[in-house]
Each structure stands twice: as C-alpha cells, then as structure tokens.
Design a protein around this ligand. Sequence first.
Ligand SMILES: Nc1nc2c(ncn2[C@@H]2O[C@H](COP(=O)(O)OP(=O)(O)OP(=O)(O)O)[C@@H](O)[C@H]2O)c(=O)[nH]1
Ligand SMILES: [Mg+2]
Length: 408
Amino acid sequence: MSEEKDEFQRLSDQYVYLESLLKALSDQERLIATYVQETEGALSALKSLKEGFLAPVGAGVFVQSAIAGEKVFVSLGQSVFVERPKDEAISYLEKRRDELRKSVEALELRERQTIGALRSMEPRIRQLASKLGLARMVFEGLKRAFSRLSKNDVKEARSLLLEAGVALDVVEQIEEQVKERPLAEVLYGYLAPLASPDFPTLIKRKGNWPYVTVFFGVNGVGKTTALAKVGKYLKDSGLRPYLVPGDTFRAGAIEQLTAHANKLALPYLPSKYGADPASLVFEAKKLNSGKELTVILVDTAGRVEMDKNLMDQMKKIVRVGSPDLKVLVVDALTGNAVLKQVEGYESAVGVDAFLVTKVDADAKGGVFLSLSRYKKPILFISRGQEYDSLDRFDPKNWVEALVGPAAP
Ligand SMILES: Nc1nc2c(ncn2[C@@H]2O[C@H](COP(=O)(O)OP(=O)(O)OP(=O)(O)O)[C@@H](O)[C@H]2O)c(=O)[nH]1
Ligand SMILES: [Mg+2]
C-alpha cells in the first residue's frame, strides 16, 4: 500500500510538472508565432518602402527609411536594431523569419512529445488512484493551484482554483489562512468535517427500524445509480435495504430502479407512474415496521430547475416519511453551480449529507472544497457505472494526494 502511495505521489507530481511544461511550451509557441507574423509584416512593408517613410508594421516593429534612401533602419521588438541597405535588411529579416519558424516547429515537436508522455502515464495513475480509494483524483487543476499557492504565487493560484470549481469565498479564505499555517493543514481543516460516516453503524444504532434514507438532487446527477450502489453496499454489510421508486414522474424511472433491484436481488415496493411518492414512503414504512436492520432507500424525481411542484412533493415526502437521513446527490462536474443546488434543497427540505457522483469523470476536484462550507458529511463518493464503484470520502487521503503528507 505504501509503495503504491509513493508511486502515485511520484507519478502525479510528474504529471502535474509535464502539464505545466506543456502550458509553457504552448505559450512560447504562440508568442514566437506572433513574431513570425510581425516579421512577415515588416518584410512586406520594407519591400514596398518609399524614401523617407516611416511604416509601423505590427506591435513593436517599425521600418524606417534613412534620409539618403540608401539605408534602412529596422527595429525588431525592443532590443534588435540593424542599420542596413534595403536589400540587406530584407535578407536579414528573411533569415530571422526562417529561424523563428524553425523554433515554432521545434516547440510543436516538444509539445507533441509531452502530450504523448502525459497520455501514456494516465492509465497507471488512474489504476493506482482507484486502488488507493482516491477515485480518479489526480485533479490536475487543484494540484497545480496548490503548488502555486505554496510558492506564494497567489494570483495564478486563485485563477486556477476558480477554474477548478472552488467557490470564491472559499478561495479567499484559503489564501488568508495559508499565510499562517501549512497548506495541508489548512485543507485538512476544511475537509475533515466532510469525512464519510460509517453508514452501516449509524443504521444499526437506530434500534427502531426501518431507517429511512431519501435521495434528492437535480436531473441526471446520478441519484438512481447511487441509490442502487448504496443498496448493494448495505446488503454486503449485513443490512436489509428496501427500495422505493419514488420517482413516479420521469418516463422509465420506475423500470430503471426495479431493474437495479432485480439485478442486485434487493426487495422493492411495486409502484406506478403518477403515484404520490409520500404515500409510497408511508406504505414502505408500514410494510417494514419493526423489521430489524431494514433500511428504506427512497429514489425521487429530479428536474432541471427547482420548480415549485417538485419542491412541494419533496416537502411532503419529508413531512410524511420523516426520514432519518436526507441525502443530496450532486455531480462533481457541476463545479460552482453546486452551491445554488445545495441552497435550494437546504431551504426547502434540509440536507443531512451529500453524495458526490461522477468523481471518475472529474479532473478538477473543486466541488469538495466548495461543499466544505456546509460542514456536512459526504455519505459516499460514486466513481463509475459498476455497482462497486462507491467509496467513503477520506479527507486525509485526499489532502495527501494533492499536497503531500502533513495532514494531522
Ligand atoms: N461516469 C459516471 N457516470 C455516472 C455515475 N453515476 C451515474 N452516472 C451516469 O449518469 C447518468 C444519470 O444517472 P441516473 O442515476 O439515472 O441519474 P438520476 O439523478 O437518477 O437522473 P434522473 O432520475 O433523470 O433525475 C447515467 O447515464 C449514469 O450511468 C458515476 O459515478 N460516474
Ligand atoms: Mg433517477
């Protein structure tokens, strides 16, 4: 395990280094390409130059004919000056243009090689990350940002953090705190409250079963998939999940849930479209009343916008079903917009925990830091289509993967 951790650390550091190298190469290539263009401009101006004429040709490049008409005065950029007869000046500029073109080609080659190296590292990094329970937590964006921050390049770090989907106020707080404490400690301070609880133990402790868990969230975030995974996880942990297809709205939603239930051999409440989800939960609770270790998992309908009908339906589920746990499912790819979702559900029904999905597809990772402001646990993270791709969120591993050890 520790050897694999070291390898992961080494590879992901190297990956981040190569990515920043790639960025530097392409910035340089773009810059030199503009020099090529400016030189071309200067050349054509020079060729059509009339005596005594001052011709501005692109930023920083001026061509001026000397008084005698015999010599031209060529200034390239800020530092290169040559005073030459017109023909000589032309061949000088042509030579310079060709050299610049060669530099562009050489840079392009190095960029292609760097991209190749990056691509060839990715499978192993992903494999290690998943073995270490980090999902695909390479999170290049965050890693780069943190490396800038630890070098006191606050401006660049800020824009990288924002790009990675971290909320602005969180970015500002982190910037302040790193002035006083090591970055790893600051990050751990934010993320520690998000650590996943031991869900089976929570349920076992309840005593008067069934334990009711409702999954909320906007359209397509992965509620139904996550619910099925949690069902399997709980069953594997010796509990008795019971599924409720509370999305009686979207076409195919009931079949989707019952197909998962059949595949996993989990019991569920039969339902039909248009049925009132709150009544389904009520019914499920009645059927399972007093049944030891039973956990009712309720799927709900998602919509793109927080419309009033949906929210009323959610409120009714909560009122009638009085769930033990209200889980808001959020998609890691949502970035900053996740805050609006949290606030919408928080004010309507209240949120007890998060479940973050699609972590496998997210290379940014900002969502965890954004969620940290709510100080609520992340029940699980979901990282793929397989039923077993469900992990607990471990802030310590997460911080270590990003900025190295030092978390307490
Ligand atoms: N890559 C990846 N895809 C996922 C994950 N979880 C869900 N998906 C995919 O996301 C899509 C939506 O998943 P659902 O579980 O149907 O989402 P939902 O929130 O129930 O959607 P609605 O019921 O329509 O609101 C499906 O194509 C899933 O296969 C995950 O962790 N990683
Ligand atoms: Mg669904």
